[in-house]
Design a protein around this ligand. Structure first.
Ligand code: AMP
Ligand code: MG
Length: 324
């Protein structure tokens, strides 16, 4: 029988619900680990969506990796100092956003850090020598990167300039994936790429928790943040580094010196989107506690948790104990 006939008054329905499941996947991309988790009610659709998300992260990696000779970014580094080079709208837009963050942070965020930064190899313990840094560090200046909106071109006004989107591309990839999830009707999800995460909705009616690692003992958490509908980015000097003669050489470069930024051990930044969280976590890392917190305290809807080079913890104004 396909349906039952009941008389009015007899009908009693406790709960009508669609059975949903959580789908998750962890994989390697952009030199780090990425993870997706989302809730949906149909295996086939969920698997197709998962594939789309994984492909999107790989596509962004293939376009923006400085380590892949075929990436559009590598082509820019090879050619943009010779004459203005036409680039894709996607890269143009992200480089423009990067330059906006350079202006906002008085040059602490600067994708041309790579003019010196490309000479570091953290896995192999390789760093530029003093002469190389002295020769190349003038090339680190976002003003050397010229974008022309009309012709959709990029031009480097100094032949020594190289750019690298490592401080913003993971945030961009996370935002893109959240957009894909939203357009597919997903209400509850978590997207992560390395230190960058963004969440929408909840996990089984509970808040999400994202931990902040202790920068000098990464097996321990200094905090576990309960979160909802937010982007979180952590920049830490323990992510990619080597120690030589007592000095820690790591992947976040102070554009004014060409050396690794040394005022901070880790910055966790909370914002509404991952591009902002990613770019500003790297920026505050370079700026240090004083300048970094005074910038964050001026920005609406953005919070920071900073651990300085003495492992002391600081919170932005909106999070509690004010720090100027
Ligand atoms: P994150 O872990 O998000 O702080 O990003 C670190 C990455 O940002 C590095 O691996 C570099 O690719 C890039 N980066 C390093 N220094 C800077 C800087 N001063 N401005 C912009 N990007 C940077
Ligand atoms: Mg960042």
């Amino acid at each position: 029988m396909l349906f039952a006939e009941v008389s009015i008054g007899e009908l009693s329905i406790d709960k009508i619900s669609i059975t949903t499941k959580w789908y998750e996947k962890t994989f390697a991309v952009m030199g780090t680990q990425a993870k997706f988790e989302f809730e949906w009610h149909n295996d086939k659709e969920a698997n197709q969506l998962m594939e789309k998300l994984v492909n999107e992260m790989h596509r962004i990696d293939a376009t923006m990796s400085p380590y892949k000779a075929t990436s559009e970014l590598s082509k820019i580094n090879l050619k943009a100092a010779k004459k203005p080079l036409i680039i894709s709208t996607e890269l143009f837009t992200l480089i423009k956003r990067s330059l906006d963050f350079s202006k906002l942070t008085s040059g602490a965020f600067d994708i041309s850090f790579s003019s010196v930064g490309y000479l570091y190899n953290y896995r192999e313990g390789v760093k530029p020598n003093k002469d190389q840094i002295d020769h190349l560090k003038e090339a680190i200046n976002f003003k050397n990167i010229q974008l022309n909106e009309k012709s959709s071109t990029i031009y480097f006004s100094d032949p020594r300039v190289k750019i690298d989107l490592g401080g913003i591309a993971k945030g961009y990839a996370v935002d893109r994936c959240i957009e894909i999830l939203r357009l597919s009707g997903i209400k509850n999800a978590y997207v992560n790429a390395g230190g960058d995460s963004r969440i929408i909705g909840r996990k089984n009616d509970r808040l999400w928790y994202i931990g902040i690692k202790h920068p000098r003992d990464t097996t321990k958490l200094v905090a576990n943040l309960p979160l909802e509908n937010i982007a979180v980015s952590t920049s830490g000097d323990y992510e990619r580094f080597f120690i030589q003669d007592g000095v820690r050489y790591h992947h976040i470069i102070d554009p004014t010196t060409g050396n690794s930024a040394s005022k901070i051990q880790s910055v966790t930044l909370l914002a509404n989107d991952s591009i902002t969280a990613d770019a500003l976590s790297t920026s505050v890392f370079v700026l240090g506690v004083q300048d970094g917190m005074s910038l964050i305290n001026q920005l609406e809807g953005i919070s920071a948790i900073v651990i300085d080079n003495k492992s002391k913890l600081f919170l932005s104004k909106d999070m509690g104990n004010a720090s100027e």
